[in-house]
Structures are given as structure tokens and as C-alpha cells.
Design a binder for this molecule. Structure first.
Ligand code: HEM
Length: 387
């Protein structure tokens, strides 16, 4: 693959504005015009949308990229060592899995509680949070803290809504939440071990190295909290929206296939960044330490050479009859999502509960997705009436 020449300064500025306004539109254009490997105009990161090159980046066995996970950022660095990161991922997954197994039969009542009309994607985050509430903060946690976490979900703090005022309010609220969770983590450390099913905070406390500052525990907990609520709610929202747009009746489709297809068209983590540690080449482009590579999951999932009718929502492509292309909604290689299987089961359970015995229709949802870290669906209204 030939690398394109560096664009002129004006072009870079214009492209930067375009990219900030509509990153998905920009990368679609760049792949058409420049091929599957090109520079992103904001930070110059090398965007990779070629399946073989992407696999080489994610499965790097030669120390070309930092071998630390971005997921475990804490103030001033990362929660280390890697073994503790892996242990936290496993403990979090186990907590959610046990909760899902024990509470699955609550899903229909939660879906019914949405009422005849609900506003999405906020309703998807709210539904996921209501279902997971006991696993995110166990019963007996301070009521004020539980109310605060509910407020965080309701105020859309998990998705970085657009607008400067919203950004300031979100940062202030987030700082308050970090303090509140850190206080709860410190209090739990001072008490005898909890008897009964633990929650996500117990999982992080139990797997983090002894002496990890409570504020670092809080940061990692909050990242897991956010990841358990927002992307899962959005997978369900995208399935509802894409099915309505494509004329697919979700009652006729296995929920698992609809979830897989939703994750293909709209992968929440659409860009996977890897900081370069050793100089090397990707598709003929020389990279130096300090630069970064971004594997573009969004483009890989819409590659017409590998996914026929790539832009269409077609859950039937998961019935095994058709060859499938690159599929990385949960990443790949050593940093693959620890919660992939449980997130998929959870989204499938939520979608099944919404579609069972009900007729669904969608109003609105025609806008562009909001992209800030993860891809958030445009607002739409869901009408759900018994069949
Ligand atoms: C639909 C929901 C989810 C999506 C789309 C998703 C996606 C991802 C992706 C793409 C990565 C890899 C990032 C990279 O390679 O840089 C990742 C990492 C991770 N995810 Fe998820 N995730 C989801 C839900 C969850 C849940 C529910 C948990 C809770 C257990 C979780 C825990 C983690 C952890 C701990 C990592 C870091 C893995 C490591 O560095 O070892 N995720 N996730």
C-alpha cells in the first residue's frame, strides 16, 4: 500500500476541522481517496483500515508498541503491574457474569417499565444501569452514593455530551464522583470482608495490588462502570435503530445475531490506539517512537471486499451461510476486552426482553452519531406496544 504525501498546511487545518466535526465521515472519505492507511488530521496518528496490517498491529509480538493497556489510566500514570490489570478484568467479568446469571429473569419487567414510549439512547443506558445496579454497587452501599451514580447515568456524563457548558458541568460532577467512590473504597478497606455477592468495587479492590491509592481504585472502577453501562446500552440502541432503518423485524431475528450485527455496523470502540515504542514501518510508512497507530475498527467492519452490502443491517449474515470479514468490536490480541462475552450476553438479554411479545417502532434517529471516545447513536423515540 502506497503512503500518500503529507498534505499542505491549509489542507491539514481544514481536514482537522472536518475530522473534529464528523470523524466517521472524514475517515470514510480518506479511505476512498487515500486507501486503507492514512494519517489522521488531529494528532497525525497513522490510521490503519487494512485487515492484515491491523492484525499485525494488534497482535504485535516484537515490542513495536507499548505493552500497557490504556484502559487502566489513573492520575499520573497507569495502575500497574500488567498482572493486576488482567486480574481486575477477570474479577470484573466474573462479578457481571454472576449477576447476569442470577438476575436474568428481571429483564422482562425492566423492559416493561420503560412504558409505551421511551427516549433513546438514554433509555438504553438507563435500562442497562437498572439491570446492573446491584452488581455495580451492592445493596447496603451508602444510599447517597447509589443516588449519585444514578444521577451520573441520567445526566449523560458517561458519554461526554457536546457543548462547553456541558463539558465543565461534567468534569465537576465526575470529580465529585471520583471522591465519593474513593471514600467508599477506603471505608470498605477498613471493614471486615463482605459476606455475599460482591460488586464491581469489591472486584477492583480485591484484585488491585495492596496499597493502591483509593483514588486510583476509584478511577479504574469508574472506567469499568462506564464501560458496563454506556456501550452495552448503545449496542441495544443501535440494533433498534438499524433494524428500523433497514426494515428488519427484530422479532423474526435471533437477538444474538442482531447484537453481533449492531456491533459490526456501529462498534462503540471504533478506533484502537497503540503508542509506538520501536521504529518500524506500517504499509510502507516509517513510524518513530512517540508516534501512534490507530486501528480503525469502524472502517474494517465496513470493508465491502470482506462484508457484502457492508452498510446494511443484515443479522442473517451471522447464520453461518456467508463468509465473514474482519470483526473486532472487542479489540484483538493481548488487550482484547475482558468483558466481551458478558457484554454480548447482556446486550442479547436486554434486546430479547424488549422484543419479546411486543411490537416496536422507531421515530426519529436520522441524525449523525455523536462521536466522543465512543460512538453514541443519534436520539430517537421507541414505541413499544404488546403484540
Ligand atoms: C459492548 C460493550 C463493550 C465493548 C464494545 C468493549 C470494547 C472493548 C475494546 C475494543 C477493548 C480493547 C481496547 C484496546 O484494544 O485498546 C476493551 C478492553 C477492555 N474491556 Fe471492554 N468493552 C465492552 C464491555 C466491557 C465490560 C462490560 C467490561 C467489564 C468486565 C469490559 C472490560 C474491559 C477491560 C478490563 C479491558 C482492558 C483489557 C486489557 O487491557 O487487558 N468491557 N473493551
Amino acid at each position: 500500500m502506497a503512503a500518500t504525501a503529507e498534505p499542505a498546511l491549509d489542507e491539514t487545518r481544514g481536514a482537522g476541522r472536518w475530522y473534529r466535526r464528523d470523524p466517521l465521515g472524514y475517515v470514510e472519505w480518506a479511505r476512498r481517496e487515500r486507501g486503507p492507511v492514512f494519517r489522521l488530521p488531529d494528532d497525525g496518528s497513522l490510521c490503519v483500515a487494512d485487515p492484515d496490517e491491523a492484525a499485525r498491529v494488534l497482535h504485535d509480538g516484537e515490542g513495536r508498541y507499548d505493552d500497557v493497556s490504556d484502559f487502566f489510566h489513573v492520575p499520573g500514570g497507569r495502575l500497574e503491574p500488567r498482572a493486576a490489570q488482567l486480574a481486575i478484568g477477570r474479577a470484573a467479568r466474573r462479578t457481571l457474569r454472576l449477576h447476569l446469571e442470577a438476575s436474568r429473569d428481571r429483564l422482562p419487567a425492566l423492559a416493561a417499565a420503560l412504558g409505551e414510549t421511551s427516549e433513546w439512547p438514554a433509555a438504553g443506558r438507563d435500562l442497562t444501569h437498572r439491570f446492573l445496579a446491584g452488581a455495580l454497587l451492592r445493596p447496603g452501599s451508602p444510599p447517597g452514593l447509589r443516588a449519585l451514580m444514578e444521577h451520573v447515568v441520567r445526566r449523560d456524563v458517561l458519554i461526554r455530551p457536546p457543548g462547553a457548558v456541558a463539558a465543565v458541568a461534567r468534569r465537576l460532577l465526575w470529580a465529585r464522583v471520583v471522591r465519593a467512590i474513593a471514600a467508599e473504597a477506603a471505608a470498605r478497606r477498613g471493614r471486615p470482608p463482605h459476606d455475599g455477592p460482591g460488586d464491581l468495587l469489591d472486584a477492583v479492590l480485591g484484585a488491585a495490588p495492596p496499597g493502591t491509592p483509593a483514588s486510583h481504585v476509584a478511577h479504574v472502577y469508574l472506567l469499568l462502570f462506564r464501560t458496563s453501562v454506556a456501550p452495552v446500552g448503545h449496542v441495544v440502541a443501535w440494533a433498534l435503530l438499524a433494524a428500523a432503518a433497514g426494515g428488519v423485524d427484530l422479532a423474526e431475528v435471533p437477538a444474538e445475531a442482531a447484537v453481533r450485527e449492531s456491533l459490526r455496523l456501529w462498534p462503540a470502540a471504533w478506533l484502537l490506539g497503540r503508542p509506538v515504542r520501536r521504529a518500524h514501518e506500517v504499509a510502507g510508512v516509517r513510524l518513530a517512537p512517540g508516534e501512534s497507530v490507530s486501528v480503525c475498527v469502524y472502517l474494517l467492519h465496513r470493508d465491502e471486499r470482506h462484508w457484502p452490502e457492508a452498510d446494511r443491517f443484515r443479522p442473517d449474515r451471522w447464520d453461518g451461510a456467508e463468509p465473514r470479514g474482519p470483526y473486532l468490536p472487542f479489540g484483538g490480541g493481548p488487550f482484547t476486552c475482558a468483558g466481551a462475552a458478558v457484554a454480548q450476553s447482556l446486550a442479547t438479554g436486554l434486546l430479547s426482553a424488549l422484543t419479546a411479545g411486543a411490537r416496536l417502532s422507531v421515530l426519529g434517529g436520522g441524525g449523525r452519531p455523536h462521536v466522543a471516545g465512543i460512538i453514541t447513536p443519534p436520539p430517537f423515540r421507541l414505541r413499544r406496544v404488546p403484540r
